[in-house]
Design a protein around this ligand. Structure first.
Ligand code: GDP
Length: 384
């Protein structure tokens, strides 16, 4: 794609045509640009109150987000995505203010290889949900773009109809350089969207490597989207990913592909029989659908609703959210400690000598680590 491929280009290309709502505050790391051009402008329709481009206070951000102002929501997300220290402080204040209004959505993770039909499914399902009066937020997370610079996602127009619907809010997430960063920011973004009144939040990620685990740790229901292949598809997907899913959905069950999809579903259903479900009280399902014809999509949503009924009744829904908060706490703690350590001037000054020493075999690596840890003496009250 051409969007953010340019060397050293930190700001997505869409910015050149007019700064979109989600443009980064501080031109941070690479973005996973899955941008439907013009969708951000949908939030600036004539009915939207004018929002001054000046800096907003935490109270203004919070009020705007809680009031469902899409432009302010987009700016608040940009704020939480910023790595600048002053933005981080302000972002925390905003989050603290909106916190009482969070938690009310259904959080759904959606993963699958590029081309599986994720955006098509979101479009089809999303339109059904919007018709039922639901408000939907879609957060696209692509940590892989630090390597691929977003090329995996292509420069295609995605979720066109939804993107124009005011009951829907679509947002790419920054690659952030590491999964911890992505997780942190996506979690904060989820909270902002919830405070803005979105009932369903879909966190979409490309099925490569570790992404699914990160997304699993922030959603209630995790859906793995698959396509019927030539019989060996079970090998193409890491067993671990199937283990963390609440539903395996075989897409593109239409036309000539219908029979193959049905066979595939049976194979997956059989494979699931050997695995322990990730969610207490819920047997992971294998399901077929066609994002193109809509076949099986309403049933898919009924499955999600059934899942919610069961897990809310048996207490697992709340337990999982609590466990996710604790996990988030630990992730943030680890990130912050690492930042604090890496930014310490004494540590930074000592590091090259130790690197040389271990490279030359003059110093045992564990000794060098101990040495550096002893060097580290953060001043009281210093924060990353
Ligand atoms: P993503 O990369 O996972 O988001 O996949 P897309 O939604 O962009 O879909 C990839 C391609 O598969 C596109 O050409 C879609 O039109 C096509 N596609 C998606 N869903 C279906 C489906 O249910 N049936 C058929 N026949 N094609 C589909």
């Amino acid at each position: 794609m051409s969007g953010n491929k340019g060397a050293g280009k930190d700001v997505p290309e869409a910015d050149q045509a007019g700064r979109p709502d989600w443009a980064p505050v501080d031109a941070g790391p690479q973005f996973a640009v899955r941008v439907v051009r013009g969708r951000a402008t949908g939030s600036r329709g004539s009915s939207a109150p004018a929002v001054p481009r000046r800096s907003l206070t935490a109270a203004e951000y919070a009020q705007g987000v809680i009031g469902g102002n899409r432009t302010i929501l987009a700016r608040a997300i940009t704020l939480v995505e910023s790595n600048a220290e002053r933005h981080r402080r302000l972002a925390r204040e905003v989050l603290a203010r909106v916190l009482p209004h969070t938690g009310g959505s259904v959080r759904i993770g959606l993963s699958g290889v590029p081309g599986a039909g994720k955006s098509s499914l979101i479009e089809t399902l999303g339109n059904q949900l919007v018709t039922q009066g639901k408000r939907l937020a879609v957060l696209a997370v692509d940590p892989s773009s630090t390597i691929t610079r977003g090329s995996i996602l292509g420069d295609k127009t995605r979720m066109e109809t939804l993107a124009r619907n005011r009951a829907c809010f679509i947002r790419p997430s920054p690659a952030g350089g590491n999964l911890g960063g992505v997780a942190r920011k996506s979690r904060e973004t989820i909270l902002l969207c919830e405070a803005a009144g979105y009932d369903v939040i879909v966190v979409e990620t490309v099925g490569v490597g570790q992404n699914e685990v990160t997304v699993r740790s922030m959603v209630d229901f995790f859906l793995l989207l698959l396509i019927a292949g030539g019989g060996d598809e079970l090998q193409g997907i890491k067993k671990g990913v199937i283990e963390i899913a609440d539903a395996l959905v075989i897409n593109k069950a239409d036309g000539d592909n219908q029979a193959r999809a049905a066979i595939s579903r049976q194979e997956y259903a059989m494979a699931l029989g050997y695995l322990s479900p990730i969610t207490r009280g819920w047997q992971t399902r294998a399901h077929v659908c066609s994002a193109r014809t809509g076949m099986g999509v309403a049933e898919l949503w009924r499955m999600v609703q059934r899942f919610l009924e069961i897990t809310r009744a048996n207490g697992f829904f709340a337990e999982r959210r609590q466990a996710q908060s604790v996990e988030w706490f630990h992730t943030l703690l680890d990130d912050s400690l690492r930042d604090l350590f890496r930014r310490d001037p004494v540590v930074a000054a000592r590091l090259p000598d130790l690197e040389r020493a271990v490279a030359q075999g003059a110093y045992l690596v564990p000794d060098a680590v101990d040495d550096l840890l002893r060097t580290f003496q953060p001043a009281p009250g210093r924060r990353s």
